[in-house]
Design a protein. Structure first.
Length: 312
């Protein structure tokens, strides 16, 4: 199994402030550092795939502004095919003010801007190219109607889909997701979608099982510092975490998904792809920034060479 990965999703510019603590209401507080970087869950996942060596195409929307121009240059730098990333007049590119605490924990606001203009018609327009994808990645920073349309289109074309239901959206209709091959929430998204607690691996397993019972094929729950849980036809598997000292956890979920997609498309081996994804996400949180912290294939291989062999 080899082939192109298509990402239908969001682009944002991340405005990252590193804080010593969050201010109280009405308080003004100096923060030590600020950085601008490329973000958006869709673009992040596309860049992770590309940095690892996958052929990637992106379908998305930008504003016709400096952030939009810079994002197109970033895709070109990563050899990501952005022929179907359009710039929309009269609306800003998506931006994400992000606050990172000394522990590496992040808080993110999103102003979706041009991302709201990605419509089902854009999927149809890109259909000739999307048809060559081995896997399609979707998230929820673009309109739900577009996500549903892409899922239904991919099912008709026989192309597997990975859906990352982030950010959490209580309006997501599970009965429209039955053809999705991989459904990849984090613990808070899982809790919101199921109405069940998912704070521990045991709770997350019980909650994820209700999604399987509702007809989803394969659920992968990212557990932050506790690894990941995979539930599907082959049963339940806990992918152990890789212990690192976090510097900035922003985009760790996107690093996990991009790496999983790259390794799954390259090998067809779900288990091996999950182990690689867990390692890649761990490496990404040891450096500041979102896409900036995603290693390329050589840096990732060097990181893995220092880890104990993967468990059987
Ligand atoms: O998942 C992290 C991303 O969420 C950030 O890059 C930010 O842009 C938001 O989309």
């Amino acid at each position: 199994m080899r082939g192109r990965i298509a990402v239908i999703g969001s682009c944002m510019i991340d405005l990252v402030t590193y804080v010593t603590r969050m201010p109280e209401a009405g308080e003004t507080l100096a923060a030590p550092r600020f950085e601008i970087g490329f973000g958006g869950k869709g673009a992040n996942q596309a860049v992770a795939c590309a940095r690892l060596g996958s052929e990637v195409m992106m379908v998305g929307k930008l504003g016709r502004d400096a952030f939009g121009d810079a994002t197109l240059r970033n895709f070109a730098t990563h050899a990501i095919d952005a022929s179907f990333v359009d710039q929309v007049e009269g609306v800003s590119s998506g931006v994400a003010p992000i606050f990172v605490e000394p522990s590496g924990e992040n808080r993110i606001l999103i102003v979706t801007g041009a991302n709201d203009h990605l419509r089902p018609a854009d999927i149809e327009r890109a259909a000739g190219e999307l048809r060559h994808a081995a896997l399609i990645l979707l998230q929820l920073e673009v309109p739900l109607e577009t996500v549903y349309h892409a899922i239904a289109w991919a099912a008709r074309e026989g192309i597997p889909v990975l859906l990352n239901p982030a950010p959490a959206n209580p309006a997501l209709a599970l009965d429209r997701l039955r053809s999705v091959r991989f459904f990849v929430p984090n613990q808070s998204e899982l809790a919101l979608l199921t109405g069940l607690p998912a704070a521990t691996a045991r709770e997350a397993e019980a909650a994820a099982k209700t999604l399987l019972a509702a007809g989803l094929e394969h659920v992968i729950v990212t557990l932050g510092g506790e690894g990941a849980l995979s539930l599907g036809r082959e049963g339940v598997r806990l992918i152990p975490p890789v212990r690192v000292t976090p510097v900035d956890t922003t985009g760790a979920g996107d690093a996990f998904i991009g790496s999983f997609a790259h390794h799954y498309v390259a090998s067809g081996d779900v288990e091996a792809a999950l182990i690689a994804a867990s390692r890649y996400a761990a490496q990404s949180i040891t450096a500041p920034g979102t896409q900036r912290s995603f290693p390329d294939a050589a840096a990732f291989a060097a990181f893995c060479a220092k880890l104990p062999p993967a468990p059987n």
